[in-house]
Design a protein around this ligand. Sequence first.
Ligand code: ASP
Ligand code: MG
Length: 431
Amino acid sequence: MLKFGGASLADPARVLEDIEGARSERAPLVVVASAREGVTDLLLDGLAHPRARARHREIVRAVREKHPGLPAAGKRHVDRLRRLYDSVATLGGADPALSDRLLSQGERLAVHWLSAQLRAGGVPAAPVEADHLGLITDNAYGASCVLFDRSRPAVRRGLGRMLGRGLVPVVTGYFGRSLEGRVATLGRGGSDYAASAIGALIGASRVELVKRHVSVLSADPTVVSSARPILELSYEEAEELAQFGARVLHPLTIEPARAEGVVLRVRSLEDPTHATTIGPSRAERRNRALTMLPHLRMLRIRVPGGRQRPGIVAEVSHRLAAAGVNLVQLYTSSALLCLVVEPPMVVPAIRALAPVTREAAAMVEGPSRVTLVTAIGDGVLDDLGRVPARAVRGAEGFSATPRALSLAVPENRGAAVLRELHAALVTGRGG
Ligand code: ASP
Ligand code: MG
C-alpha cells in the first residue's frame, strides 16, 4: 500500500512512476492520498472567516485551480464545496461536523484528480471516498479515531472487490464516517493514520508513507548539526517520537500497524535514500533520538500531606480533563504535582483546579516557561548514567520509562540541553 502526502502530489509524473514501480511487484496495490499541498489550510482559512463570501469564492477558485483536468465526478465536489461555504456563510459559522464535511472536500478532490492523472498514464486507478467505503470512526469531529471492528467488513469487501477486478483503488485519507453517519476527520496530518488503519484492516504487508522530503533524524538538524539518519525504528520508538514532537507522523499512525504487524515505511519521493522502516523491535538495535517541545508552561501544585490524600492525582486529572485541558506531561512526588501544558491551557487549568486548592489547601505555583527535551529509544533507561550533570541542572521535572527519558528544562536552556544530550547519547556512543 502506498500513501502520498499533499506535498508529494506536487509532481504527478513522479507519483505515476512510483506507482508503476510498485505495480511491477505484481502484488495488489492500494493508494491513499491526502489533499494537495495547501488545500486543507485554505479550506480552514475560509472556515475561520465564516461570513466572508468573497473570500470563500477566492478559496473555491484557488482550490479548483490546484486540480486541473478534473473529471465530472470530481467537478461535482467543487460545486459541493461552494454549497458548503454557502451554508457556513448563511449560518455564520460551522459546527465541528459541518467543518469536517467541508474539510473532507480537499481529499475528495485529490483522489478524483490523481485517479484521472494515473489513468492517463495507463494505471487502472479508481477514486474511493473513505466514508462511502465504510471507514467508520467515533463521533469526535476534528479528532476522530477509526473503529476497526466496525470498519473491517465493508473496507475489506469494498477494496477486495476492486482489487479483484484489477483496479488500483485511490482512497481518500484524513476522514471517515462517524457512528452518526456524518463525515469525521482524524485531525491534522490524519492521512498517515488513515493509511495505516486501512492497511491494517485489509492485512497489507507494508504501508509506505511517501512524503516529498522527509528524513527521520536523531534530532532536528537545524538545532543539532551532527544529527544522523535513523533507518529503522520499532513501533514503540516511532510512537514515542510522534508523541514527543517529531512532526513526521500523526501520533495515532503507529498503533494499527503494530497491532496487525504491518511494516510501515516512511520515505521521501525525491530522495529514495531517505527512508525509515518501522517494525517490531529488535534486541540488537540501539537507536537514540532526541526531540524538543518548546513553549510549554509548567504549573506546580503543592499538596500538603499529598501521600495521605488518596485519589489526589486522579482528582487533578479528572478536573483537568473535564475542563478540556490536555496534559503534555505530568511529574509527581509525594507533595508536588508538576503539570506541563500548552500556554492557552494555563488559565483553564488554574480555574479547573480551584476546588482542589480550596479543599486540599493546595497551592498552585507558576506558570514557568519550560521546554521538554526527550531522549527516545528502546532501552534508553540504560543510558541514564550518561546524561550529563549540566543537562539536568536547573531542570524542573524528569521522567523516565524504558523508552523515553524526558526533561522539563527552563525554556532558554532547551536547545543547549538538546545538544548536550545528543552529544552524550548519540554521537558519544561511537556508533
Ligand atoms: N489534508 C489533511 C491535513 O493537511 C490531512 C493530511 O494531510 O494528512 O491535515
Ligand atoms: Mg495535507
